[in-house]
Design a binder for this molecule. Structure first.
Ligand SMILES: Nc1ncnc2c1ncn2[C@@H]1O[C@H](COP(=O)(O)OP(=O)(O)OP(=O)(O)O)[C@@H](O)[C@H]1O
Length: 228
């Protein structure tokens, strides 16, 4: 079973190729870190994985159902936290109301609070809770913690790992924050210039590139992609 399986995956916007001939075979059960320079094609890959856009050519298969947390963790400003949970319940047949309510309490969100008045960290926690309560097989997160302070980010990442364990799901997380990737990811994909520069289990990549840290490894592959 594979979380992501891509063959010759290509996505063009007009003449520009955001992804070109990408092959991926990510085994299930991992928290996958997706990194690469600006414009590398990360968001494009995640949108393809969520079915928001379609490939120009090639294929991308995703294991099971997907819960997506977009870059700006969108919520409805005039709806309360509780309204968001009720809406999730209406819209999703597999909605896990108990999980959603428990997580809201655990992260200290006030159910009566309007989402527009939440802090960035609280909004990110709400968006993650909404995605997880759909009980997806795969959680996909596009730079969800970029705007959070280090403490809120740490709490968010811990929640993410907690959800992944609880749901028995996989996760793919795109981030420019290599410390975050090193903290939670056990599988790494480096994209550069629309191509897969390297992909594999973090432990194996580090063993193959001794004595590099994950940060050094990523910077090495990113700078090679930029130099090309
Ligand atoms: N809707 C679009 N229309 C035209 N070009 C697009 C569109 N979306 C993305 N692109 C282009 O595709 C390429 C890849 O963009 P993408 O957003 O996937 O990169 P990214 O790795 O997520 O970048 P960042 O780290 O800056 O968020 C870029 O050259 C971008 O300009």
């Amino acid at each position: 079973m594979q979380t992501l399986h891509a063959e010759k995956l290509t996505k063009r916007y007009g003449r520009r190729a955001a992804l070109l001939d990408c092959d991926l075979a990510v085994p299930s059960g991992h928290i996958v870190g997706l990194v690469g320079p600006n414009g590398a094609g990360k968001s494009t890959l995640l949108k393809l994985a969520c079915g928001l856009i379609r490939p120009t050519s090639g294929t991308l298969e995703v294991l099971g159902s997907v819960g997506f947390v977009a870059q700006d963790t969108p919520v409805y400003a005039s709806f309360s936290v509780a309204d968001h949970l009720r809406m999730g319940d209406w819209l999703n047949p597999a909605w896990d109301a108990a999980l959603a309510e428990r997580r809201v309490a655990e992260v200290g969100l006030d159910p009566a609070q309007k989402a527009g008045r939440l802090s960035g960290g609280q909004r990110a926690q709400l968006a993650l809770t909404l995605a997880a309560a759909k009980r997806p097989d795969l959680l996909i997160l596009d730079e969800p913690a970029a705007a959070l302070d280090p403490l809120a980010r740490d709490a968010f990442l811990r929640s993410l790992v907690g959800f992944v364990r609880e749901l028995g799901a996989g996760a793919v997380l795109s981030s420019h924050l290599l410390g975050d990737i090193a903290q939670v990811c056990d599988y790494l994909i480096v994209l550069g210039a629309g191509r897969v520069q390297v992909a594999g289990p973090v432990r194996q990549l580090l063993a193959d590139h001794r004595p590099a840290t994950l940060e050094e490894l990523v910077l090495d592959y990113m700078s090679r992609a930029v130099a090309r």
